[in-house]
Each structure stands twice: as structure tokens, then as C-alpha cells.
Design a protein around this ligand. Sequence first.
Ligand SMILES: [Fe+2]
Ligand SMILES: [Fe+2]
Length: 189
Amino acid sequence: MTAAAQKQDIIDLLLSQHNEIKSLFAKVRNASGGEQKRQAFQQLVRLLAVHESAEEQVVHPSARDDASDAVVDARLREEGEAKHVLSHLYDLGVDAPGFDAKFAEFERAVLAHATHEEQEEFPALRRNTDANTLRRMAGAVRAAEAIAPTRPHPAAGESAAANMIAGPPVAIFDRMRDAVRDWRQEHQR
Ligand SMILES: [Fe+2]
Ligand SMILES: [Fe+2]
């Protein structure tokens, strides 16, 4: 890990993942050919699993104090719904006739969810949490990323990353939730 990456706090990290999520949506949309599209979709599943698991277990709980229960409950509902739609898209398969329309709807929902977080949760978290704690919280994201690489290793290529964790979104989300939970127990956060 580079020194710059080590200094990134959880909010910087989640914001840069919001950008990566946006690019992956575009990558799936613009993919030519089923295999390219399938790989981009699987990459998106991994990144969303890492990202949403860290938010669910590390960010939202502290936002209950910083923002409000109503705000957090709305975000958790959206994340639950996103998992459900991802599973549906996965079962459908990227080549199915209904995939693109459903995927476009999903993209709008996920981007609206991210905007809510950026406006309603992240600023309060930054105001109410000291810089060191925010940097330590980033460990939750890295613990999940260590299991599910969110971008292919330059030398190994996407297929190696995909082989490390593939399969139904529900299974991937469960593994990420466990990884973040283990990290929290180890670090008492
Ligand atoms: Fe989220
Ligand atoms: Fe997010």
C-alpha cells in the first residue's frame, strides 16, 4: 500500500469508490460482447459488496448519532433493495432481453443512494469524528478489499481477480459482511 493510500480516511475512500461505481456502471452499459459485459458486471458486484458492507457496519452506525435514525434507516433500506435487485440481475444474466432496462433503473437508484450519503451522512461524520478515527475506520474497507479485489491486479488481469471471488451476489455480500465484522471485532470498532 502506498503512503498516500494509507493516509486516506474512510470518507475519501468511500467517495473515490462512488466514482469507481459510476465508471463501472458505464463499463457495463458500454460493453461490447457478453463476456466483457459479464466481467464488468461481476466487478461491479464485488465493488458494491465491499463498499456497502463497510458502510452498513461502520459508517451508518455512527451516522445514527451524527445524522438521524430516519436518514440511516432509509439508507439501509436502499442497500437491502440494491442487494435484492443485483441478485435478480445476476439470475437474469447480462444477455437477457430485460437486463438493460432493469440495469438502467438500478443505476439510477444506486447513484441517488450515493448522493444521499454524500449530502446527509458524510459531512456530519466528518464534522463529528476526529481525523485519526476516520483514518482507522478505512481499515474496514481495506479488510473487505483484501478478500475481493475491486480492481484487477495489473499483472494478473481480471480473470484472476474474478476467480478469487465469483458467484451469486448474495454469497459475495455475505462474505464481505463477515470480513468487515471480523475486522471490527479485531479492532473493537
Ligand atoms: Fe451505501
Ligand atoms: Fe456509498
